[in-house]
Write a protein that binds this ligand. Structure first.
Ligand SMILES: *Cc1c(COP(=O)(O)O)cnc(C)c1O
Length: 447
């Protein structure tokens, strides 16, 4: 295939995707609350499409083709990865960034560089994506769950200290949905007790705590560029740090334990490691996608603020709150809670079904992670029992109960970040669907 033909093919494909990109036309006024529920055969509040994702044009096409034609597809050959690392560091205001294959490997490399291993305990929240905990388990360290704060959905910083033991080697807060965990309290506690803090900022691109980007305040901050995230290359990740020595350990870990080439010698194995490198294709795509991030973030913020105003007017609907130190949320998700008493006692699953029928692609969010059967299965294996002993393993579940988080999981609902990228009328549809369902909730009882 000739080069021109190939480029032409790509352009045609993206033209199709671009034509689907513009936000849907402003919808008509939402139907009256008394209209029949869509779940019962009525007209849905919304039938129009939600905003498409990802968004790209010739900028991304050129970036990818440039790498393709260069023949330098992996880190080391070309310049795209190092260029992205510099650009992302600049965006965050962080001195050092190492790009990784994904967010999970950003966490694995950070914990590996810190020497987290068998016998160590790591403080984690129960309201997070499973990767936070898998990164701990892969180093054969014991996750210690600290309950959630019902209002913010974040780790409850007030409950961390009681869970610290002489074996606690790391506090690993997550900036859930892009709203920061309480970094003042967590960093102060870590400092007081001599325990490092690593931020799982995989959902928090451009989130800020007191004017500084989240991910830049702990020993490292870990980011994900997986397809659903606010900055997307299909897969991808990054570790940032202001500690020059520590970031070199992260770099070494992420490239099979080999130190950065400084003297031309190629096989300087410094420690155990893995191949967790990003490709040149992903880096080039990320550098292009990054030019859209600020504008998209502003749109999400505007829509999130408007939705919060609308939802605060509906009894029993509780939008997520951010701590006072949060100067910017990334709004990776828009989370809220439903108090079922305000919905005639109807259970969450039925409400989710009713909302979906009204044309709102809502998610029920995470289930209690500390109660996932795979954890108990893992800990029952000989390797875990050999390291931690039968008693620790036997008592693990009862030592890791998180009753507030259980309640949170039974009440939480989410919209994804892509739903915040359209016109503000989209937010009115979400509120209208909730009001409509609430006004007729009794008809859903036993549904
Ligand atoms: C997405 C995510 C990760 C993992 O990132 P991947 O790129 O999917 O490996 C880790 N932690 C949290 C909180 C996430 O949302």
């Amino acid at each position: 295939m000739k080069r021109r033909t190939f480029a032409g093919t790509l352009t045609a494909a993206s033209a199709a995707s671009l034509s689907a990109t513009p936000a849907p036309a402003a919808p008509a006024a939402p139907p009256a609350a008394k209209a029949k529920l869509a779940l019962h055969g009525g007209t849905p509040v919304r039938t129009a499409k939600w905003p498409s994702w990802p968004r790209f044009n010739q900028l991304e096409e050129k970036a990818l083709l440039d790498v393709l034609r260069s023949g330098q597809w992996g880190r080391g050959g070309g310049k795209a990865v190092t260029r992205f690392e510099a650009a992302y560091a600049n965006l965050l205001g962080a001195p050092h960034v190492v790009a990784t294959a994904n967010g999970t490997s950003a966490l694995i490399a950070s914990l590996g560089a810190l020497g987290i291993g068998p016998g160590d305990e790591v403080i984690v929240p129960p309201y997070t994506f499973v990767a936070t905990v898998n990164a701990v388990l892969l180093h054969r360290a014991l996750p210690v769950f600290v309950d959630s704060d019902l209002e913010t959905f974040q780790i409850d910083h007030r409950k961390i200290e009681a869970k610290l033991t002489p074996r606690t080697k790391l506090i690993l807060p997550v900036h859930m949905a892009g709203g920061p965990a309480n970094l003042d309290e967590i960093l102060a506690l870590g400092k007081r007790r001599g325990i490092p803090v690593i931020e799982d900022a995989c959902q928090a691109h451009l989130g800020e705590w007191r004017g500084k980007k989240v991910g830049t305040l702990g020993l490292t901050g870990c980011f994900s560029f997986q397809a659903s995230k606010n900055l997307n290359a299909g897969e991808g990740g990054a570790v940032c740090s202001s500690d020059a020595d520590f970031i070199e350990k992260v770099y070494t870990y992420h490239t099979n334990g080999r130190a950065r080439k400084t003297d031309g010698s190629d096989f300087s194995y410094r420690q155990m490691g893995a191949n967790l490198r990003l490709t040149e294709f992903q880096a080039a795509l990320l550098t292009a996608q990054m030019t859209r991030l600020e504008e998209q973030s502003k749109t999400r913020e505007t829509n999130a603020a408007y939705l919060t105003k609308l939802l605060n007017e509906i009894p029993g609907v509780k939008p997520v709150k951010n701590y006072e130190g949060c100067t910017r949320s990334a709004w990776h998700l828009y989370m809220f809670r439903i108090e079922k008493e305000a919905f005639a006692g109807v259970d969450k699953d039925t409400l989710l079904k009713a909302l979906k029928a009204e044309g709102i692609p809502i998610s029920g969010g995470y289930k209690p992670l500390n109660k996932e059967p795979f954890l108990a299965n893992e800990f029952a294996s000989p390797a875990w029992r050999a390291v931690y002993g039968d008693k620790t393993i036997r008592d693990w579940a009862s030592n890791n109960e998180c009753p507030v988080n259980d309640a949170l999981c039974s009440q939480a609902m989410w919209l994804t970040q892509t739903m915040l990228l359209g016109p503000k009328q989209d937010m009115e549809h979400v509120a209208a669907a909730l009001s409509k369902i609430q006004s007729q909730a009794a008809s859903l009882r036993g549904a």
